[in-house]
Design a protein around this ligand. Structure first.
Ligand code: SAH
Length: 260
């Protein structure tokens, strides 16, 4: 697409994409929590097929590739993220086992039914919705295969209005952990483990690099309204997290597909 054919919307989209692709991860997480979640998975061999859905630029994909056996297909809707992921895989010599592809998680996925041994999705299932994602992705998993997702959760049954309103607007499907575990069970899985991501996954690994990336980005796009609005909304997210972190956070859920 050349510049004259670009609508404002296209430009905004690529600008936002440029910002997030300058970060190693696009959501809260860490090497340690990825490995902790992986420690519950006991079914992988070098023949295993793994999908990493909503992989971003592939921070966790590379961790999986280095620490687990099997072939990984990493899928994301942003082509720039996938280009970066494939570049990184090549640099690490993992290109034979890691393949990034562009696609949408809300469409039919490019996998055979009942073919996958493991579905991984960090901080991304909200794009399809927790219940819908669990249900639809199950079709591609073998019986006995695992699903591992991280998702935002409420830590209490009640919470202050300001943070409740924020989430009801951003992602009303956020729920308490017991309710989320019940949804996993209802979708045909055996819940295997659940743990909350430590605060450092947000503060050190997500917000701190974001502030650094934002400074460079705002400098490059001085006076650009989209860039400024993006900075404002991202800053607000961090303020809310610091104020209300006792009420919500991210949880890893590990579950196994069971037969009927
Ligand atoms: N797993 C990565 C990225 C999480 S951010 C990490 O933890 O760092 C959420 C990701 O979901 C983004 O990379 C975004 O591009 C992707 N995404 C959003 N909507 C999507 C869709 N419909 N299909 C596939 N990926 C999508």
């Amino acid at each position: 697409m050349n510049n004259e054919n670009k609508t404002i919307h296209d430009f905004d989209f690529s600008l936002i994409c440029e910002f997030f692709s300058s970060m190693e991860r696009q959501g809260p997480g860490s090497l340690d929590v990825t490995l902790k979640a992986l420690s519950f998975i006991d079914n992988l061999t070098d023949k295993s097929l793994i999908a990493d859905i909503g992989c971003g630029t592939g921070g966790q994909t590379m961790t999986l590739a280095k620490h687990a056996q099997g072939e990984i297909t990493a899928l994301d809707i942003f082509p720039d993220f996938i280009s970066m992921l494939n570049c990184n895989a090549e640099q690490l010599g993992l290109q034979n086992r890691v393949k990034g592809i562009v696609g949408s998680m809300t469409e039919e996925l490019p996998f055979e039914k009942e073919s996958l041994d493991l579905i991984w999705s960090e901080g991304a299932i909200y794009n399809i919705g927790f219940e819908r994602g669990l249900k639809e992705w199950s079709r591609y998993l073998k019986t006995g295969g695992y699903i591992v997702v991280s998702e935002s959760s409420w830590f209490t049954d009640e919470r202050p209005k300001e943070i409740n309103d924020f989430w009801m607007n951003a992602y009303p499907e956020i729920d308490t952990i017991p309710n989320q575990v019940a949804k996993i069970h209802k979708a045909g899985y055996l819940p295997v483990a659940t743990f909350i991501l430590p605060e450092s996954c947000w503060t050190e690994n997500y917000f701190a690099p974001k502030i650094k990336a934002m400074k460079i980005f705002l400098n490059k796009y001085q006076g650009n309204k989209t860039a400024e609005e993006l900075a404002m909304s991202q800053g607000y997210e961090e303020v809310l997290y610091r104020k209300y972190k006792d009420f919500y956070g991210y949880t890893f859920f590990i579950a196994k597909k069971i037969g009927l």
